[in-house]
Design a binder for this molecule. Structure first.
Ligand code: AHR
Length: 676
């Protein structure tokens, strides 16, 4: 018996203890019209005034419907908005290996003219051949990713590949604040004539979000330098060269069921040459050749260009699988299907040249799941993970459309299904949630008996509100739905309460239809406040802090209050009324979980019926609300729109509850059926 049931009470009504049992008997005997009338009366008694809005929410506790996928609520990570380089990947030095097309990008060189050069002779890494040759007396300054964030008292690990040209060069490393003052220093000596990795640690004497790194060459002679790197020592799980701990914590706190990666349009590339190729992102860090990030100039004409945006792949496919494992999420890699972005070049790989792309998929499965005796399994083991990553999902393409996609998807599916029936494939439904392309793809994917179809919707709040019932009439016999990318776009593209409420409304629809909607993820996940290309986003970061948006809180509320079974629920309100609800049952804790979105400007006083339960107990209420739809969280006021938890006194399976205006409420109520 769970301890919460020690609190169980036999049904009594809290509005009038004396009349409790008779009212409850009457309640069970009343018809629907009678219940509504009584409900109005109860609301009046409870509030003393006639409530502005009333409703009945009727949950069928004893008739659970579909089982909910335990991995239903997940996250989608793409390197957009400086999400990886400059974000989750904790490297603080930009262009550390001088491989950007402008090899000096991110660096300022203080040295006499023509004394510093980029060289490629006998490099430290043949994959990244550029290095810098610097004379004694010169200073290299790196600006980081919109500055370097350092925290007082924390340790930073500097490392560099170095080779002496003269007799005794040495390096002084400094963290410098915006006024040019040192925040910490370290020295590297003993640089020999052969390439060698040197490390040093610096402790920051002050907190500074926009520090710079200085590398000063001292001693005599000159020095060749490559892979100049600085990481906080405090990374996620303290892994050297790892991920930003506070950003991963934000993901872990969501308890995501899956982690989709790496895109998004990044998978496709503007051209096939710069598509995402997973094999270029694994193995030794020095072998991972940086490429231009496709978001570098995508929105340049809208003033959101980022000429310094490249992908170092320091967060590559190994780190991705490891991250998914760390946060308990199922990996969901997405691969290029032989098509470049159809909003850009629309380049196509001819069908008779598709085999290497399909082979990449087979090899990825081997890298994730194969024994260490296989080629790719051996690489995974060498990188530190002999055990498989248990990948069971794989996306073929991102936002592709047209017959070209169906042809290519078909080729992938034929081979992958034959060789790896244990891996479920995710097919694309294009960039829009309706229309000709969408209908064409769905028709074909149904014929092909696709496992899962990925729908994307970036739409205004009104669309979200009116699509809360979208899946009620979906075909139950066809492929399952993955709502793989969605976000409510207000006119200002604000991450505000209105956006969050409208997303929550649609999410009640996902949940009520969990038999067809198998998984869902908001997009994009992260954005650097000084370097974003796309908004709104779920989590904003600067160089030192993270910020949860109202949408983040909604995602967290749904994910952490998932439940195992859908419970049928009926609301007396009309669909247009912007009052939405879903219910689930947690089979482990024996709770009803009720999620209610009141997107109106009035409180809705509801009579909640937990039909079929004859014992309930004190539960928990989590409420997300704020006074204006336009309210947002900011770094100055991060908790303006944040959930608040409270005890929920429930004394009867039928009880009244007032849902505040502009709110998402999650009610967790221990409930039982004792008389079957
Ligand atoms: O989430 C941002 C972008 O939106 C994704 O890369 C793409 O799939 C969609 O168009």
């Amino acid at each position: 018996m769970h301890s919460q049931f020690l609190n169980f009470r036999k049904p009594v009504a809290h509005f009038s203890a004396a009349a409790a049992s008779s009212v409850l008997h009457t309640w069970t005997a009343l018809g629907r019209a009678g219940k509504m009338a009584l409900h109005c009366l109860l609301a009046t008694v409870a509030s003393g005034v006639l409530a502005a809005e009333t409703a009945t929410l009727s949950v069928q506790f004893d008739k659970p419907g579909a089982r909910i996928n335990s991995a239903m609520w997940g996250v989608f990570f793409e390197d957009i908005n400086f999400g990886a380089d400059g974000g989750l990947y904790a490297e603080l030095v930009k262009n550390r290996s001088f491989e950007f097309p402008d090899p000096y990008m991110g660096w300022r060189i203080l040295a006499p003219p023509n004394t510093v050069s980029i060289d490629t002779s006998r490099p430290a890494s043949s994959a990244q051949p550029n290095f810098i040759q610097v004379p004694v007396g010169a200073t290299l300054l790196n600006e980081g990713f919109r500055g370097i964030g350092v925290r007082k008292g924390e340790t930073y690990v500097f490392s560099v590949d170095a080779r002496a040209r003269g007799r005794r060069p040495a390096l002084r490393i400094e963290l410098i604040n915006t006024n040019g003052h040192s925040l910490g220093t370290a020295r590297i000596r003993g640089i020999g004539r052969d390439w060698k990795r040197h490390t040093a640690q610096l402790r920051a004497s002050a907190t500074q979000p926009h520090a710079r790194l200085a590398v000063i060459v001292e001693g005599s002679g000159s020095v060749d330098l490559d892979m100049i790197s600085l990481f906080p020592r405090n990374t996620w799980k303290n892994r050297p060269g790892g991920l930003r701990a506070d950003m991963v914590q934000m993901l872990a706190d969501l308890e995501p069921g899956f982690l989709r990666f790496p895109g998004g349009c990044i998978v496709e590339g503007r051209y096939l040459t710069n598509r995402y190729q997973w094999k270029n992102t694994v193995g030794h860090i020095a072998e991972r050749v940086p490429i231009i990030n496709r978001w570098n100039d995508e929105f340049a004409r809208r003033g959101r260009g980022a000429a310094d945006y490249y992908q170092s792949f320091g967060l590559g496919f190994f780190e991705y699988f490891q991250l998914a494992e760390d946060i308990g999420a199922e990996p969901m890699p997405i691969l290029n299907c032989g098509m470049a972005c159809q909003f850009n070049s629309s380049e196509l790989v001819p069908l008779n040249e598709l085999d290497p792309y399909i082979q990449d998929a087979l090899d990825l499965i081997e890298f994730a799941n194969g024994p260490a005796s296989t080629r790719w399994g051996a690489l995974r083991a060498k990188m530190g993970h002999p055990e498989p990553f248990h990948m069971k999902l794989l996306g073929i393409g991102n936002e592709q459309w047209g017959p070209q996609y169906i042809e290519r998807y078909g080729r992938f599916a034929e081979v992958l299904k034959a060789k790896h029936p244990e891996v479920q494939l995710i097919a694309a439904a294009g960039p829009d949630p309706a229309g000709e392309r969408f209908n064409f793809l769905w028709g074909k994917l149904r014929e092909l008996k696709a496992d899962i179809v990925d729908e994307h919707f970036y739409r205004p709040p009104d669309w979200f509100f009116s699509n809360a019932y979208r899946y009620d009439d979906y075909d139950r016999l066809g492929p399952e739905v993955f709502a793989g990318e969605y976000a409510s776009h207000t006119r200002e593209r604000a991450s505000n309460l209105e956006a969050a409420l409208s997303e929550a409304a649609v999410m009640t629809g996902f949940e009520r239809n969990a038999d067809v909607v198998r998984m869902a993820a908001y997009a994009p996940l992260f954005a650097h406040v000084d370097a974003w290309q796309w908004r709104p986003d779920l989590i904003y970061v600067d160089n030192l802090n993270v910020l949860a948006t109202p949408s983040y809180h909604v995602q967290k509320l749904f994910s952490r209050n998932r439940g195992d079974m859908v419970l049928p629920i009926k609301s007396s309100t009309a669909r247009e009324e912007r009052f939405y609800a879903s219910a689930t049952r947690d089979m482990t804790t024996d709770e009803v979980i009720l999620k209610v979105v009141n997107a109106t400007t009035n409180a809705v006083d509801a009579m909640v019926e937990i039909n079929g339960a004859d014992m309930v107990a004190t539960g928990k209420l989590t409420l997300l609300t704020s006074s204006r739809l336009t309210d947002e969280n900011t770094f100055a006021h991060p908790e303006k729109v944040a959930p608040v938890e409270d005890k929920l006194d429930v004394f009867s399976p039928t009880f009244s509850h007032s849902f505040p205006p502009r709110s998402v409420s999650v009610l967790r109520i221990p409930a039982r059926v004792t008389q079957q």
